[in-house]
Design a protein around this ligand. Structure first.
Ligand code: NAD
Length: 480
């Protein structure tokens, strides 16, 4: 997929084991400096249909004869293939997203590898449950559960962690014997194309993995998720996109697994190790320029340490390594929130775009920003910004802190910073979220349940939760 410097490259679909670039094209823009670096094909309805048909046909091809151990080995080969082309993956991810190289090399691409390895191992060691049932004749019956693939899985992914979030669904879907049609974000198609090359080279039968590019609404994403040939939809993205997909899925009763938006809260108690809380909040607010669904956008600080915490966070925000927003449109959205926040509250750090005096001034940059003094019903405090923006507010009691954190429509993740062990265990389970971190942030074990409550998601991914979603349990009852 590489092309010489300065040339615009053509991104390709991958269907039925073949790379091609049919259809109209749209520009692929580098967020660092706003240059067009590629052309992406826009899959039309016929291309999406062909991809789904290819995935359907592959279900009854050689893939059907793969044992769980065969599939596990195939997944390890894919992981090996990503590792072998590690630098290409890092370069492509950084070009599409603008994220710092260190981040892609430390998180995005290694997690892509880890996702395949984790599900290769988990699925290979997955047992079946059985129950002995008493019967009146005393001879009994044996019930056992067989896990079958669902069939054709549509995977629709966002732009913030492109390879990581795509493979987080593709790996368990393949591990459980499904075939896949994937649609990455229109903004970040490159590592998905590389992944298709790796899967192709790993020798998976044609049609087991298919990739189509294009936009979401009234385009490839919508056609894929409304397609009657799709047996399940795994989606990560905005909550309102989730609603649109759910409406489309309703027509065919297609099961969905949704990882959606958040407006994550952090709670800093006066008994916390403040230095650690500041360092952790800088990471949780500004990693990937705040463009991680798990990022903290609201921090509530116990009043006696509020001023000290706010000063330290504002100072730290000035020395964070960061990249741009993913697009001009997203930069404008974030800048809109900042303008309203500046008018209605206090900007303690950032709040504007950096000036570099070089090509990067054509990119989509926003400085890490710390806000304070806004009311709880302000859009910058209530709505997901998905940028490098955090708002600080004081609290006086534990109950008040919990009420503030639990307010609002979302419920993805939260952080609690405290030195009191009892408080940690008392507060964390009372948070209305799917994931709570105490004295850390984004420390992940891929076997644990991952997902959100309220408008932040439907279902859980991770470990056996993903294996369960992507397979159909069937009971066999044998009379003895
Ligand atoms: P998005 O919803 O705009 O797009 C996500 C994907 O859905 C893209 O591939 C897009 O083309 C497609 N899409 C858009 N409209 C569609 C439609 N009507 N039908 C079918 N497909 C459609 O989200 P985004 O801007 O790419 O990503 C940012 C959002 O994702 C944020 O809200 C963030 O919180 C969320 N997110 C959540 C998690 C999580 O695990 N909960 C992880 C990462 C990002």
């Amino acid at each position: 997929m590489s092309s010489p410097a300065g040339q615009v490259r053509r991104v390709r679909h991958y269907t039925a084991g073949r790379f091609h670039a049919e259809g109209d094209v749209f520009p692929l823009v580098a967020p660092v400096d706003g240059r067009t670096v590629g052309l992406v094909p826009e899959a039309d309805a016929a291309t999406v249909d062909a991809a789904v048909r290819s995935a359907r046909a592959a279900l009854s091809g050689p893939w059907a004869a793969y044992s769980p151990a065969d599939r596990s080995r195939a997944l390890h080969r894919i992981a090996d293939g990503i590792e072998a082309r590690f630098e290409e993956f890092v370069t492509a991810e950084c070009s599409d997203t603008g994220k710092p190289r260190e981040l892609a090399a430390a998180v995005d691409i290694p997690r892509g590898v880890a996702n395949f390895r984790a599900y290769a191992d988990l699925s290979a060691s997955r047992g079946e449950r059985s129950w002995h049932t008493g019967t009146p004749d005393g001879r009994g019956a044996l019930n056992y559960t067989v896990h079958k693939p669902l069939g054709v899985v549509a995977v629709v992914a966002p732009w913030n962690l492109p390879l990581l979030l795509l493979t987080w669904k593709v790996a368990p879907a393949l591990a459980t014997g499904n075939t896949v049609v994937a649609k990455p974000s229109e903004l970040t198609p490159s590592t998905a194309e590389l992944l298709a090359e790796v899967i192709d080279a790993a020798g998976l039968p044609a049609g087991v993995f298919n990739l189509v590019h294009g936009h979401g609404a009234d385009a490839a994403g919508a056609w894929l998720t409304a397609h009657p040939g799709v047996d399940a939809i795994a989606f990560t993205g905005e909550s309102r996109t989730g609603s649109a997909i759910m409406r489309a899925a309703a027509d065919h009763l297609t099961p969905v697994s949704f990882e959606l938006g958040g407006k994550n809260a952090g709670l800093v108690f006066a008994d916390a190790d403040l230095e650690r809380a500041v360092e952790g909040t800088l990471r949780s607010a500004f990693t990937n320029s705040g463009q991680v669904c798990l990022c903290t956008e609201r921090v509530y600080v116990e009043r006696p340490v509020f001023a000290e915490f706010a000063a330290a966070l504002a100072e730290g925000a000035g020395s964070v390594t960061y990249g741009p927003m993913v697009s001009a449109e997203h930069r404008d959205k974030v800048a809109g929130y900042l303008a309203r926040a500046a008018a209605d509250g206090t900007v303690l750090a950032g709040g504007d775009a950096p000036v570099f005096g070089d090509d990067r001034d054509g990119g989509f940059w926003v400085r890490p920003t710390v806000l304070a003094g806004l009311p709880e019903d302000h859009p910058a405090v209530r709505e997901e910004i998905f940028g490098p923006v955090v708002h600080l507010a004081p609290f006086d009691t534990e109950e008040e802190a919990l009420a503030l954190a639990n307010a609002g429509p979302y419920g993805l993740a939260a952080t609690v910073w405290t030195g009191d062990l009892s408080r940690a265990h008392r507060v964390a389970p009372r948070l209305d979220v799917g994931i709570a971190w105490v004295n850390t942030w984004n420390l992940r074990d891929l076997r644990t349940p991952f997902g959100g409550v309220k408008a932040s998601g439907i279902g859980r991914e991770g470990g056996h939760h993903s294996l369960d979603f992507f397979s159909e349990p069937m009971n066999v009852c044998v009379k003895i």
